[in-house]
Design a protein around this ligand. Structure first.
Ligand SMILES: [Fe+2]
Length: 450
């Protein structure tokens, strides 16, 4: 059966035909063994194959029904058997809000070159490098942005975050997320969403791997309302893929690490916890191919707000004001007449963390390179550099294809605080702020285009 992992073999020894089910937020059902999924009820007196029934909830029991998310799992052991006494461990590079480093200045426009691989074996856990944090994990608001540098697979080791949902944006190398609910293989130009509480192991498929992670402490990511745009374009629901059920029946000493209120805890068990044989529900991981994002933009003049490029939004308590927006700047046609086409200069109440997946970003032709990041924090002005401004101000405005470009933004309503790593260890471009220095005063009091 598709996605089934044979008994007593390692998932990485098996060629997994990782199959997926289409649809964002669907109510899925999937079984890796025939008849493993109860029909017509959730909690039979005895489950087929001797499985244990267990519910994983992603929202409060009493959440409004259009937001309510939960999944019923039928597993070899209940999850309490994947948990024991916990010991705290240190993962010093993975920081959690509130984390305000007092000798670090977060007020500033910052840009980084790609963080290089360190030449040591780093897993998904030890290779996570926090760049910024915002909000407060204890009240489940805000986020963190990370870079991951992965050069080694997790072996007999598993992880879940009770703090957060993780949005993964690979930039180089492919990873396999072997999760409780199935297998996701992920490469550059794709993203994955790993729900809060989901247990998984991360393996390297083609290494080394580097990418970005948005850790969302708040309400889950959802698709933005399209308003007058209607029922199509931007990110379409059918292009999100959720894996079919896959399980391991493997008895070997294993470690489970849990992130909980910003601290990391470890427990030892004697088997693989990826033992869900069948499941149904709407709380599940998924992936999405960014090449299927259908951008909508200006077709006569001017420039809409960048929110037009929102792929996913995680709401806050304030309507229309996101805890996090995930925004994509990809290939598209520029056709606006008599218009300054790059992003305009602005000062934003939200704070913007950007990353380059590949190619050239139109507001910064140089310096913002694939794997690099930039931060324009709350109420800090920014915009095109001199080259972008002069180029766009004097360009012949025929239809132009912006090609070879894919960047993204994690935009949050909260100020983002730099970590010590971001300020002192990551390759910060000290001269970034100088990119606006040579912008000239053109005004001389006389009318006319300058
Ligand atoms: Fe901006």
């Amino acid at each position: 059966m598709d996605g089934q992992i044979q008994a007593n073999t390692s998932m990485k020894d098996v060629v997994v035909d990782a199959n997926y089910m289409p649809g964002f937020g669907n109510d899925f059902e999937t079984e890796a063994l025939p008849g493993a999924l109860p029909q017509g009820m959730n909690s039979p007196q005895k489950c087929n194959y001797g499985l244990y029934g267990e519910q994983l909830t992603g929202t409060a029991f009493t959440a409004p029904s259009h937001q309510n998310e939960r999944t019923w799992c039928y597993r070899i052991r209940p999850s309490v058997k994947h948990s024991g006494r916990y010991e705290k461990i240190e993962l010093p590079y993975w920081k959690t809000a509130p984390h305000v480093a007092h000798d670090v200045i977060s007020l500033g426009q910052y840009r980084w070159d790609p963080v290089p691989h360190a030449g040591e074996a780093l897993t998904w856990l030890t290779g996570m490098r926090t760049m910024t944090t915002a909000g407060d994990v204890n009240t489940q608001v805000g986020m963190a942005s990370h870079i991951y540098l992965v050069t080694a697979s997790m072996e007999d080791a598993y992880f879940y975050s009770a703090d957060s949902e993780l949005l993964v944006v690979p930039q180089e190398g492919r990873l396999r997320f072997a999760t409780e609910l199935g297998v996701i293989d992920l490469g550059p130009q794709e993203i994955a969403i790993l729900p809060r509480g989901l247990l998984y192991r991360v393996e390297l498929l083609d290494g080394p791997a580097r990418g970005f992670v948005c850790e969302n402490y708040g309400q889950k990511f959802e698709l933005p309302g399209r308003g007058p745009i209607g029922a199509n374009c931007m990110a379409n629901r059918r292009d999100f893929k959720t894996p079919v059920a896959a399980f391991e029946d493997r008895e070997v000493p294993s470690t489970v690490t849990v992130k909980w209120c910003g601290q990391f805890h470890e427990t030892k068990i004697g088997h693989s916890p990826l033992d869900v044989v069948a499941w149904h529900g709407n709380y599940a991981p998924c992936k999405y191919d960014l090449r299927t994002y259908c951008p909508v933009g200006a077709i006569l003049f001017d420039h809409p707000d960048p929110s037009i490029f929102t792929v996913l939004t995680a709401p806050s308590g304030v309507a229309g004001t996101a805890n996090i927006d995930f925004v994509l700047f990809r290939e598209r046609w520029m056709v606006a007449e008599n218009t300054f086409r790059p992003p305009w200069y602005h000062k934003n109440v939200m704070s913007e963390l950007m990353g380059n997946i590949y190619g050239v970003y139109d507001a910064k032709p140089k310096g913002f390179i694939p794997g690099g990041m930039s931060l324009h924090n709350m109420m800090l002005p920014h915009g095109p550099d001199l080259n972008a401004f002069e180029g766009a101000s004097n360009a012949d405005l025929g239809p132009e294809k912006l090609d070879n470009t894919m960047s993204f933004m994690f935009e949050t309503r909260f100020p983002q605080h730099l970590t010590e790593f971001a300020a002192k260890e990551a390759p910060l471009q000290d001269d970034y702020i100088d990119c606006w220095t040579s912008l000239e005063k053109k005004f001389d009091g006389t009318p006319g285009v300058k």
